[in-house]
Design a protein around this ligand. Structure first.
Ligand SMILES: Nc1ncnc2c1ncn2[C@@H]1O[C@H](COP(=O)(O)OP(=O)(O)OP(=O)(O)O)[C@@H](O)[C@H]1O
Ligand SMILES: [Mg+2]
Length: 300
């Protein structure tokens, strides 16, 4: 899917002039920006990054309606009449970051921190409540296992549909079909319905389609762990090749080893808030220290 929602524009010379003026003022005042200036600078930076970056989140929030089970129409009407709304759960709050082309970034955090929600927003599968998400270039996503596959269609049929959704024409699919099947190594099962596949076979096929369509941005949500050792090594090699070719990777993983072998930078989410964004070693240290402290508290 081609998510180019912004066009590269002319440089904003007026903006640069104000920037230089502001920097002059800062130096004059001993380099201490006020919080208003900091937020102004951040928003100017994100605005510029949204034009040129691969993935940019600008103050993004996402909430879901929270209710125990399905509500009857009568209950919905009562809520409307009383002018009350279903309680909302905030999965993500005020998330801002910019990922440049060619960067590989890991997203880490506890279960329910908002990692998959962040990836769904980046793919455009759901819309943010507030502010903006910008993604440039052809995007391939490996989200929950089996997502994007119809269980009653065969592997081959699913390959065609998936590749078409990622922007491939029928002729492109025909040309690349052999390569996809060969990479997945699932043999004759390609003509069997996907519901008969094991978890690992499903992941093999999904990964194979995602890397063969040659995306600019690859989003991976914790699926590499279900492949066997041989396929994991193959995926790792292909992802590293991606990195060398200057593609952008955003990868959710609970495995520190996987995250550190693929990514240089990490985002740490905690209860929907961005706690840290920086070089992966430092972010991982803070995250593991916080998790260890949490585990200690809960065992006491
Ligand atoms: N469609 C939805 N409706 C209601 N709540 C949702 C929905 N999707 C996600 N949530 C809630 O948002 C929060 C974040 O979910 P998310 O799947 O992003 O977490 P995660 O960090 O990926 O967790 P995990 O490590 O377990 O995969 C969770 O509390 C979840 O219950
Ligand atoms: Mg998840």
């Amino acid at each position: 899917m081609d998510n180019a929602r912004w066009e590269r524009g002319q440089p904003n010379w007026q903006g640069y002039r104000y920037g230089v003026l502001w920097l002059g003022l800062l130096v004059f005042r001993g380099l201490k920006p006020t919080s208003y200036e900091r937020s102004l600078f951040m928003s100017a930076f994100l605005k510029s990054a949204a034009k040129n970056g691969a993935i940019v989140f600008q103050g993004v929030g996402k909430s879901f309606a929270r209710h125990a089970g399905q509500m009857l129409i009568r209950e919905r009407l009562m809520l409307l009449l009383r002018n009350r709304h279903a309680e909302r759960f905030h999965a993500l709050r005020e998330i801002s970051f910019a990922i440049g082309h060619g960067e590989s970034v890991a997203v880490v955090g506890h279960n329910g921190a908002g990692k998959s929600t962040l990836l769904s927003l980046a793919t455009g599968l759901c819309q943010p409540d507030s502010r903006r998400v910008t993604v440039h270039g052809r995007t391939a996503a490996l989200l929950e296992l089996g997502s994007g596959f119809h269980p009653d269609l065969t592997g081959a049929e699913n390959v065609c549909i998936n590749a078409a959704l990622m922007g491939f024409s029928r002729r492109d699919v025909r040309r690349k079909f052999g390569e996809i099947v060969e990479f997945a190594e699932i043999g004759d099962f390609i003509d069997e319905p996907v519901r008969t596949y094991s978890t690992g076979m499903m992941m093999r096929l999904a990964f194979s389609v995602a890397v063969t369509v040659d995306p600019d941005v690859l989003l991976i949500d914790e699926v590499l762990g279900v492949g066997d050792l041989a396929f994991y090594a193959k995926c790792q090699e292909r992802i590293l090749h991606f990195r060398e070719c200057g593609k952008t990777i955003l990868c959710v993983s609970h495995s520190t080893v996987t995250a550190m072998s693929i990514c240089d930078r990490a985002l740490w989410l905690d209860h929907g808030r961005l706690m840290a964004d920086g070089p992966i070693a430092g972010v991982m240290d803070s995250y593991t220290a916080a998790m260890a402290a949490h585990a200690e508290c809960s065992t006491q």
